[in-house]
Ligand binder design. Structure first.
Ligand code: AMP
Length: 178
């Protein structure tokens, strides 16, 4: 089985969660399957190395589940992008539109450096709003977006377009395109 078939065999759909019209992709069965999770991380690590990333940014909260092991595997610093009001010290803040709502995301200002290449990681790209907001934070802080990495891309929402418009030199990688 290739990795895409393997992912399809473990992911579970929850229609109308968290609200009507959304088909929620549940990654929990993947997290509880160490063989599949390891394979996913290996693919993500190969891509991250190709991007020549110097830092990994994971989005709260499911982006942490992939971004943190990726950073540890590659020996790179991990930066959490968090919901508003969670991070201490000086922060950069950006609002964004979700597939199901509006929110704000923050990173610590001191974590972005002019010579840094930041790989932005999350479990799912839907509208691309969350990842775009994080990319804006990196760019506002003076850093470079090295790329975007997702396990699942909901391609019918065309989120990658927004990311490509915002950071034309950064590749958008997803392991499973639906
Ligand atoms: P977006 O900003 O629209 O690309 O949404 C991405 C964020 O929302 C990610 O952090 C995902 O974890 C979550 N998300 C959005 N849509 C779904 C979905 N259909 N199934 C699972 N997670 C989703």
């Amino acid at each position: 089985m290739n990795i895409q078939q393997e992912l399809l065999s473990v992911l579970k759909d929850y229609p109308d969660f968290p609200k009507a019209g959304i088909i929620f992709k549940d990654i929990c069965p993947m997290l509880s399957n160490p063989a599949v999770f390891k394979r996913v991380m290996r693919h993500m690590a190969e891509h991250a190395a190709d991007c020549k990333a110097t830092h990994i940014i994971g989005m709260e909260s499911r982006g942490f589940l992939f971004g943190m092991p990726l950073a540890a595997e590659l020996g790179l610093p991990f930066i959490p992008a968090r919901k508003a009001g969670k991070l201490p010290g000086e922060v950069l803040k950006q609002s964004y539109t979700l597939e199901y709502g509006i929110d704000h995301v923050e990173i610590q200002k001191s974590s972005v450096h002019a010579d840094g290449r930041y790989l932005i990681v999350d479990d799912v790209i839907a509208t691309g709003g969350t990842a775009a907001a994080v990319a804006q934070l990196v760019q506002t802080g003076g850093g470079t977006v090295a790329g975007f990495s997702f396990v699942i891309e909901l391609s019918f929402l065309n989120g990658r377009r927004q990311l490509q418009d915002l950071s034309p030199k950064a590749g958008v990688y997803s392991l499973l395109t639906l």
